[in-house]
Every structure is written in structure tokens, then in C-alpha cells.
Design a protein around this ligand. Structure first.
Ligand SMILES: [Zn+2]
Length: 227
């Protein structure tokens, strides 16, 4: 990510950017299930494999633990979090449906040209997402970009309790980890476009409906992961 720009005047990569890139690499492996749910993640082995000291690996794992993607157990160490259960998945989508369509309506009522531009740029980020290094990194970046797009809408809706409640669940990371599928990304983009078009028309009821439909379809696409 910021690796190439995050250098000191002598051109050495700063430790923070090493930590960032190590985080990114472990994140991608977890999202793509290359590190399967429940698998142990030994710090020393991973550090050797990535050819770095244990410090950035530890830092990355601490951050991934906050994101809910890894767990730490006493005497055992880190392991990849288990996948959502069917019940957790259903509950998560009910939770989203309670909050996100109404937030889209509120956002639509409060939009200014500036905030609309921010939401549009978050949507555009999802379509480019940088050079497709490989399928894994494209997909895991998409998960982040989708989270960012939804969060921009919540910011405009301007209810910090709602925004925090949704962010605390790291929903996008968990649902994208369920399934590794290009159809998921293409269809989601089309649904985002319908939402954007409601925002541009300042049509709050359509924004509500477009968000509701997006979340319901996302649920139905990903429910296949349990079959
Ligand atoms: Zn979305």
C-alpha cells in the first residue's frame, strides 16, 4: 500500500511501512483462505517465511486480532478465526438490514456536493483497486474498499452510534472471507451504482430501497457458502 512512499530521506523503508506490508500479506492469506479458518499461525515460522524479524509479524497479528480475523489463546498463540456460523451470518445480515437502509435514506437527505463526491470516489476505488497483482490481493482489497464505501455513507448519515455498531463487527472482512468469487464483486458494483444514482437524484426513498436490495442480494449470494 503506502510502502513506496513511506521512506525516510535516505530512501530506506521505514519500519512502519514494513509492518504495513506484512499486515497486508497476512491479511490476504487469511481472506483467501490460504491460511484456513482455525489454522495455527506460528509467529516464528511466518517471520522466517516472510524474511522479516518477529516484530512486524507480531504487530500485524495484533492488528488482525482487533479486526477479528485472528485469535490469540494463552500458551497456544495465534490462529485464524473460525468462519461465521450460519446463525452468525443470518444475525449479521438482519443487523445490517435494520441499520443500513435507513442510514442510506438519512445520508441521502444530508448529502452535499462534497459528501456525494466522497461517496462516489469511494465507489470508484472499488472498480480500479490498483493493478491486479493476483486474484487474492484483488479480492481482499475489494473487501476493504466495500467496507470503506459503506462507511462513507454512514459518515454522511451522521449517527456515530450506528456507525460504530456496524464498524465494530468488521462485517465486510468476515463476509468476504466466506466466499472467494468474482460474481460477488461484479454484482455488488452494479448494486452500488443503483444506490449512487438515487443519491444523485436526491431520492431518499430510492436510496433506502437500493441499500436494502443490495444487502439482501449480498446475503443471498453468500448464503451459498453454507450449502
Ligand atoms: Zn457493498
Amino acid at each position: 500500500m503506502a510502502v513506496s512512499t513511506d521512506r525516510d530521506p535516505k530512501g530506506f523503508v521505514r519500519p512502519s511501512s514494513i509492518a504495513e506490508s506484512i499486515h497486508e500479506r497476512i491479511y490476504e492469506r487469511i481472506m483467501s483462505l490460504e491460511i484456513p479458518p482455525g489454522a495455527r499461525i506460528p509467529i516464528d515460522g511466518l517471520a522466517r517465511e516472510l524474511n522479516v524479524s518477529q516484530t512486524p509479524v507480531r504487530e500485524a497479528l495484533t492488528r488482525l486480532e482487533r479486526e477479528g480475523l485472528v485469535r490469540k489463546a494463552h500458551l497456544i498463540g495465534y490462529s485464524a478465526s473460525p468462519q461465521l456460523t450460519r446463525k452468525e451470518f443470518d444475525d449479521l445480515y438482519k443487523f445490517r438490514l435494520l441499520l443500513e437502509p435507513e442510514s442510506a435514506r438519512q445520508a441521502c437527505l444530508k448529502l452535499t456536493p462534497d459528501t456525494l463526491a466522497r461517496i462516489e470516489s469511494a465507489a470508484a476505488d472499488m472498480e480500479k483497486g490498483g493493478p491486479p497483482v493476483d486474484r487474492n490481493s484483488r479480492y481482499s482489497r475489494f473487501a476493504r474498499a466495500d467496507a470503506h464505501f459503506h462507511d462513507e455513507i454512514l459518515r454522511v448519515a451522521d449517527n456515530e452510534f450506528v456507525r460504530q455498531a456496524l464498524n465494530d463487527q468488521h462485517i465486510h472482512l468476515h463476509i468476504f472471507r466466506l466466499m472467494f468469487h468474482s460474481r460477488v464483486t461484479q454484482e455488488a458494483l452494479e448494486e452500488h451504482d443503483r444506490l449512487l444514482s438515487a443519491f444523485r437524484r436526491a431520492d431518499a426513498d430510492s436510496a433506502y430501497e437500493a441499500m436494502k436490495e443490495h444487502i439482501e442480494r449480498s446475503r443471498d449470494r453468500l448464503a451459498a457458502a453454507f450449502e
